[in-house]
Design a protein around this ligand. Structure first.
Ligand code: ADP
Ligand code: F6P
Length: 324
């Protein structure tokens, strides 16, 4: 019979994402409603190993649903990737009577959760990353806010780019994934998008497109460059000398990770937080919450980590077609 969970620990790990606070709030309050105790673990796995653990009450998550970042702080922790670190983490959970842990983070964080589960601590992962690069789910906490932040910033760059009749290379985040770049490509009407999943490093094709568009009378040329390709400043110099079109590079950077979460991020993060608590209450472990085909779902972490996700060829193609 599955063991009954009495105390739930919650942590955020890896890069922060807007909406993580909404998820923390939901975990704490749903757990209390279900008669569980909750402990907040600060600074991800690093804080677990340092025993930065404190009881959380309903009022500790007041006034945070609208705030970006994570009140639990976050970290990347090398020590937790070792067998000794993981063993120590499980022992610390037991010492603090934590029998279930909810991990809000990306694939790396889920690997940590998987290890804790194998050491007898029930774990549930919630996808929290602006990169949207978790294969088992169509939604990750923070992507919606980040992509809207990037879209608004790109609109502003476009204004000045048009006034000066320039080409603008705008670099967006996403680590090895091109989802923010693809969505902004469509939403901002970019002339070109460079995605790690699709780019063939044919810079001459880019140069030809800029020259052709200039001949057609276009007053700007917006190139959205995914971080996974990078080197926007040197690319801008090469493009300017090859095309004769004045070119500037803008790297949006960490502004994409901040700010008040959108309604979508608040609602999905809240639902996933509550859903994760319900899974623990049902005795489940080593699961990751996802959203697919209009439903909240959950997968075995091992299976989730083995899944692959592809950029839509159709969306990639229409992005180019629509900027004709
Ligand atoms: P994300 O969760 O956003 O993918 P990272 O890849 O940086 O971010 O992972 C966050 C943290 O998860 C790492 O700093 C580490 O503590 C933990 N982690 C990553 N990979 C593993 C692993 N293979 N085993 C155990 N813990 C891991
Ligand atoms: O995973 C989220 C993310 O913002 C990526 O898009 C980016 O590559 C990375 O984190 C940046 O990490 P850091 O905050 O350590 O610079």
């Amino acid at each position: 019979m599955a063991k009954e969970i009495k105390t739930i620990g919650v942590l955020t790990s890896g890069g922060d994402a807007p909406g993580m606070n909404a998820a923390i709030r939901a975990v704490v309050r749903q757990a209390i409603v279900k008669g569980k105790k909750v402990k907040g673990i600060k600074r991800g796995y690093a804080g677990l190993l340092q025993e930065e653990i404190a009881d959380m009450q309903a009022c500790d998550v007041s006034d945070i649903i609208q705030r970006g970042g994570t009140i639990l702080q976050t970290a990347r922790c090398k020590e937790f990737t070792t067998a000794e670190g993981q063993q120590l983490g499980a022992e610390i959970c037991r010492k603090h009577d934590i029998d279930g842990v909810i991990v809000i983070g990306g694939d790396g964080s889920f690997k940590g959760a998987q290890k804790l589960a194998s050491l007898g601590i029930n774990t549930i992962g919630i996808p929290g990353t602006i990169d949207l690069d978790i294969a088992c789910t169509e939604y990750t906490i923070g992507f919606d806010t980040a992509v809207n932040t990037a879209m608004e910033a790109i609109d502003k760059v476009r204004d000045t780019s048009t006034s000066h009749e320039r080409c603008s290379i705008i670099e967006v985040m996403g680590r090895g994934a091109g989802y923010i770049a693809l969505w902004c490509g469509i939403a901002n009407g970019a002339e070109d998008i460079l995605l790690p999943e699709k780019y063939n490093y044919d810079e001459q094709a880019l140069v030809n497109n800029i020259i052709a568009n200039r001949k057609k009378g276009k007053k700007h040329h917006i190139v959205i460059n995914a971080e996974g390709i990078g080197h926007s400043a040197s690319m801008a110099k090469r493009i300017e000398s090859a095309t004769g079109v004045e070119t500037r590079a803008t790297i949006l950077g960490h502004m994409q990770r901040g700010g008040s979460p959108t309604c979508k991020d608040r609602v999905y993060a809240s639902t996933m937080g509550a859903y994760a608590v319900d899974l623990l209450c049902q005795g489940k472990s080593n699961r990751v919450v996802g959203y697919r085909d209009g439903e909240y779902v959950d997968f075995d972490i091992d299976e989730a980590l083995a899944m692959h996700k592809e950029i839509s060829d159709y969306q990639f193609e229409i992005c180019r077609n629509l900027s004709l």
